[in-house]
Design a protein around this ligand. Structure first.
Ligand SMILES: CC(C)(COP(=O)(O)OP(=O)(O)OC[C@H]1O[C@@H](n2cnc3c(N)ncnc32)[C@H](O)[C@@H]1OP(=O)(O)O)[C@@H](O)C(=O)NCCC(=O)NCCS
Length: 163
């Protein structure tokens, strides 16, 4: 898990997250989410055993914070993606896919049956990533996400079978 790898021309390392990493996560989360999570929220999530996560760090530049991270939860045999973000500077290098695949490997090892997530119907990048990884839409929650500058959008519930 800790072997460095190249994504495009840049060297990264993928590592499991712990509560000690909580202070490094809010800045990147705030880039992309309207209600960013605070350090104490990440710390308390990562302190709960069903919650786990991974971060991609740029080799030799750890102080800059993670290039991307994912948090997931395993409960009653089913996994759920809680959040995933890749810094704008490192998108389309395969990091989102690598982070999701790390979660899928962990859930396989735990013999989970399926992985679920929710995504804004307008989030084309994330939906493309999830479809490519084998997720399929199983439900739609209308008017789920509020936006400062426009009408509410629906959440798609997506599922990936793990058996
Ligand atoms: C969604 C997100 C995590 C994807 O991360 P990423 O590292 O750029 O994704 P990857 O490079 O691993 O992309 C893998 C595949 O997903 C698809 N994909 C990713 N971004 C895409 C985009 N902007 N448009 C179309 N397809 C895209 C492509 O099939 C891509 O493969 P390719 O580059 O070989 O064509 C990133 O865009 C992000 O952080 N967005 C903001 C936060 C967010 O929306 N999180 C999801 C909330 S549910």
């Amino acid at each position: 898990m800790k072997l460095p790898f190249f994504a495009g021309p840049i060297e990264f390392v993928l590592e499991p997250l712990s509560a000690d990493d909580a202070s490094q996560l809010p800045d990147l989360h705030a880039e992309d989410f309207q209600r960013p999570w605070a350090e104490h929220e990440f710390a308390s999530l990562l302190d709960q055993p069903p919650v786990f996560g991974f971060a991609a760090w740029r080799v030799g530049n750890r102080k800059a914070g993670p290039a991307g991270f994912v948090l997931a939860r395993l409960a009653a045999g089913e996994g759920e993606i809680l959040t995933i973000a890749v810094a704008r500077a490192y998108r389309r290098l395969g990091l989102g896919r690598d982070l999701m695949e790390a979660v899928l490997r962990e859930l396989h090892a735990e013999r989970a049956e399926a992985l679920f997530l929710e995504v804004d119907e307008n989030n084309r990048a994330a939906i493309a990533l999830y479809r490519r990884l084998g997720f399929r839409e199983v439900a739609r929650r209308p008017a789920y996400y509020a936006h400062e500058d426009g009408p509410k959008s629906a959440a798609l519930v997506m599922r990936r079978d793990l058996r």
